[in-house]
Design a protein around this ligand. Structure first.
Ligand code: 13P
Length: 236
């Protein structure tokens, strides 16, 4: 079974939440990462929830931060870490500490890696991903899922070819032995194509996850092919 993760970023002002919750398909293999302030609404509807980022600290005087400990204490089970939009403010050492903190509290970590367009054009994609993985995962052994999310694909409508995605996922699986999701401009128009990548374990959806009808259709499309199995297995 594939995992389908919706990263709702900061798309909602709050007024859309009721309609979203009333209409979102309930599915064990769907995880939603809302703004922290909206998390309880999702938990109350028994939807799997992930944090969009976690602090490298557990608790203390860290204004504006949210910790893994706070998350698990209210029922959050996943954490998105190293997303490009937060990676801008963190180096790999900090990301490593964040992952350790999330794993300590038994969360499943979704670690994002990916290259810029410049790096892709200079054939540096695998080198960049390798460095990110080596440094972010240093000393780590636990429930981690890697998200291959090319920076140039986020919000651009551009996606790599299936062959490119397959090769990068192969590289990650062969060298690190983790499950791998793809993220970056996933939408209803391209999900059918992306779903054909044979070694993909799921998807991280941004803008298209914020439109509940489109997200539901994406979930249905992904499940169409994978409905023979029973639940996403988080183990490696
Ligand atoms: P888009 O799907 O809007 O390109 O965003 C991707 C993303 O950043 C998911 O975390």
């Amino acid at each position: 079974m594939k995992l389908i993760v919706g990263n709702l970023k900061m798309y909602f002002d709050g007024s859309e939440i009721k309609n979203y919750l009333d209409n979102l398909i309930r599915d064990d293999n769907v995880v939603v990462c809302p703004s922290s302030i909206h998390i309880p609404y999702f938990l109350n509807k028994n939807i799997n929830v992930g944090l969009q980022d976690v602090s490298m600290y557990e608790k203390g005087s860290f204004t504006g931060e949210v910790s893994a400990l706070q998350g698990v204490n209210i029922g959050v089970t996943y954490a998105l870490i190293g997303h490009y939009e937060t990676r801008k403010y963190n180096d790999n050492k900090i990301i490593n500490l964040k992952i350790k903190n999330a794993l300590k509290h038994n969360m499943t970590v979704m670690l994002c890696v990916g290259e810029t367009l410049d790096e892709k054009n200079n054939n540096l994609t695998l080198d960049v991903i390798k460095k990110q993985l080596n440094e972010c995962l240093d000393g780590i052994n636990g429930k981690v899922i890697i998200v291959y999310e090319p920076i140039w694909s986020i919000g651009s409508g551009l996606i790599p070819t299936n062959e490119e995605i397959k090769n990068i996922i192969n590289f990650i699986k062969e060298n690190y032995n983790y499950k791998v999701l793809y993220g970056g401009s996933v939408n209803l128009q391209n999900i059918d194509t992306l779903n054909k990548v044979s070694n993909i374990d799921g998807f991280l959806v941004g803008f298209s996850a914020s439109k509940v009808d489109e997200f539901n259709e994406i979930i249905k499309e992904v499940n169409k092919i994978w409905c023979f199995s029973t639940g996403f297995d988080k183990t490696r």
